[in-house]
Write a protein that binds this ligand. Structure first.
Ligand code: BES
Ligand code: MN
Ligand code: ZN
Length: 503
């Protein structure tokens, strides 16, 4: 989409729509004071008749306004609640929902009235997160719906142009933010396209080829290590997960040299389980289809790598994505197995469904050994307990370094994704103590699952500053939310790119 700014309320016609943010403070004003709001008469009428109930986060769509000069085909009021309670993420998500709502009227242009509390202090960041969200609202996974391409487009139309109506002194910042947000949103949509592919298509080999294509297009170095190489490097922990499947494992390694040779690396690591049946510790049938998204972390880091150059990031970044399929079979790894990971540590497998940490263990050890990165961020759909704790609202954040945790949280906030830090105290280490090996792959059942997973991963990061982002609850949506279609959300792409720009 094209993003432009305009000082005056743009001239609207039937091919355009408008979005008006409304705060509780606007509602409690006198009717007279409200007259300055765009489309005030429509708001007044709705409030008076009771057809508009201004609930924070809600959107009120009006189509077929009385025809007249400058009548758009649709307007949407985006209710942002009380100003003191409204943060950037809430405002951007609500406006994006409004954008999705007006899109049903198929406007060519959408005018977005700028929420005026977003002033010079944060206009650039807000514009970036809002535009990435708007960009993401234009994508839907419909490529396998045959013969319906036209109808599908109709159901998922999007405008060609967004006009921000905002005070002149904010224009430069809004423009800069929009440029960045558009790049980030397009990258997130790439991650979503990959993650939405079903497991019969998106095998480890398929994702590895997608990474190679992406690298070729963007001038990045890309290596894919296959099974013989992985076994040769002693990556038995990762390979043991793959051994139940006919699909061979693959490790994708992508390098972006934004600072130049000899300068330090920063690492992005993504869990890539193309299908997680649980293996011998098999999952229940209900909703097992969702486990095609268990590769979302890998898709996120691969897609993020493709946007670094466009964002002008001047750091060296390496992305490592271990790819496997976790299935039960006569050759599958089993509860009770003891495997030696590539850093020499032994792991007692007590549950083959705790496979994410098994593959991340070797990927982390590989990255630490070969790149000695200054920071590591890993993105993984690691634990069902994280879904219980934080739902689809926020990802869990764990870190062995307070400053890094802080900078990741700030990057997430600026990027428009919520993370919430959870503890990684040494007390949790005892959860993964094994009687027969250096560690076991699960903690006590029903106790601190996300922290036990993080404690396990910590064993493989050496002295690197590391942050683990558990995206189990945020990587996919079972129904549309915040203007985003159901399916893969591309979570992690925005955090990774914002964090890379802050390094
Ligand atoms: N991919 C799952 C985590 C998951 C579960 C994501 C549900 C989204 C929804 C992961 O591999 C897994 O199975 N984790 C186990 C770990 C347990 C065996 C310690 C879990 O959370 O049950
Ligand atoms: Mn699992
Ligand atoms: Zn998994």
């Amino acid at each position: 989409m094209k993003y432009v700014v305009s000082e005056k309320t743009p001239k609207l016609d039937l091919k355009s729509a408008a979005i008006v943010p409304v705060f509780d403070e606007d509602i409690s004003k006198s009717q007279n004071a409200r007259q300055s709001l765009p489309f005030a008469p429509a708001l007044e009428a709705g409030l008076k008749s009771g057809s508009i109930s201004p609930k924070a986060g809600g959107v009120h769509l009006i189509r077929n306004l009385a025809a007249g000069k400058h009548a758009p085909c649709a307007i949407a009021f985006a209710f942002l609640g009380r100003q003191v309670d409204c943060d950037d993420i809430f405002a951007a998500n609500t406006i994006t929902s409004a954008f999705a709502a007006v899109s049903g009227a198929m406007p060519k242009t959408v005018a977005v009235h700028w929420p005026l509390i977003i002033n010079t202090a944060s206009a650039r960041t807000f514009s970036s997160q809002l535009c990435s969200g708007l960009e993401m609202s234009t994508y839907k996974f419909d490529k396998y719906k045959s013969g319906e391409s036209k109808a599908a487009k109709k159901a998922n139309p999007h405008a060609q142009e967004v006009i921000f109506a905002a005070p002149k002194q904010l224009h430069a910042q809004i423009r800069q933010g929009a440029k960045k947000g558009e790049i980030i949103g397009i990258a997130a949509n790439f991650a979503r396209r990959l993650a939405n592919e079903p497991a019969n298509v998106a095998t480890p080999g398929f994702i590895a080829r997608a990474a190679m294509d992406m690298a070729k297009k963007n001038g990045l170095a890309c290596k894919v290590l296959g099974k013989p190489k992985l076994l040769g490097l002693g990556m038995n922990s990762m390979c043991s997960v793959a051994q139940g499947s006919t699909q061979e494992p693959a490790l994708v390694v992508l390098e972006y040299m934004g600072e130049g040779k000899g300068k330090p690396f920063h690492a992005l690591i993504g869990k890539g389980v193309t299908f997680d049946s649980g293996g011998i510790s098999i999952k229940p049938a209900k909703e097992m289809d969702q486990m095609k998204f268990d590769k979302s972390g890998a898709c996120a880091v691969i897609a993020a790598m493709g946007a670094l150059k466009q964002l002008g990031i001047r750091k060296n970044i390496v992305a490592v994505a271990p790819l496997v399929e976790n299935l039960p079979s006569g050759s599958a790894y089993k509860p009770g197995d003891i495997v030696r990971a590539s850093n020499g540590k032994t792991i007692e497998v007590l549950n083959t469904d705790a496979e994410g940490r098994m593959i991340l263990a070797d990927a982390l050890a590989y990255t630490v050994k070969n790149y000695k990165p200054e920071t590591i961020l890993d993105f993984a759909t690691l634990t069902g307990a994280c879904v219980i704790a934080l739902g689809d609202v926020a990802s869990g954040l764990f870190s062995n370094d307070d400053a890094l945790a802080q900078s990741v949280a700030e990057a997430a906030n600026a990027a428009g994704e919520r993370v919430w830090r959870l503890p990684l105290w040494r007390e949790y280490d005892s959860k993964i103590k094994s009687e027969v090996a250096d560690m076991k792959n699960v903690g006590e059942s029903g106790q601190a699952g996300p922290a036990a997973g993080a404690s396990f991963l910590k064993e493989f990061v050496g002295k690197s500053k590391w942050a683990h982002i558990d995206i189990a609850g945020t990587a996919w949506l079972t129904k549309p939310k915040n203007g985003m279609a159901a399916g893969a959300t591309g979570v992690g792409v925005r955090i990774a790119l914002e964090h890379a720009s802050s390094l």
